[in-house]
Design a protein around this ligand. Structure first.
Ligand SMILES: [Zn+2]
Length: 72
């Protein structure tokens, strides 16, 4: 989850990133992490919905270990 703050110039600036899996803060400059974005299409149950999430490396590993077909 990405939180933004609005500057005096009314620009949205990324202030912090939280892992959607565990809630831990991810330091954007020191810890690499996974960011996913998806806009669901017409032929889905979520027509037009925009989803995005961030995962720390530990939560990414937990998610991907359940894949039936392992990543290369
Ligand atoms: Zn996490």
């Amino acid at each position: 989850m990405r939180e933004y703050k609005v500057t005096m110039q009314e620009e949205n600036v990324l202030s912090r990133i939280l892992c959607n899996g565990c809630g831990k803060e991810i330091s954007p400059d020191r810890a690499d992490h996974f960011h996913g974005e998806k806009t669901w299409g017409y032929f889905s149950e979520k027509d037009g919905r925009q989803d995005s999430f961030d995962l720390c490396e530990d939560c990414y590993d937990k998610l991907t270990e359940y894949f039936e077909i392992k990543m290369k």
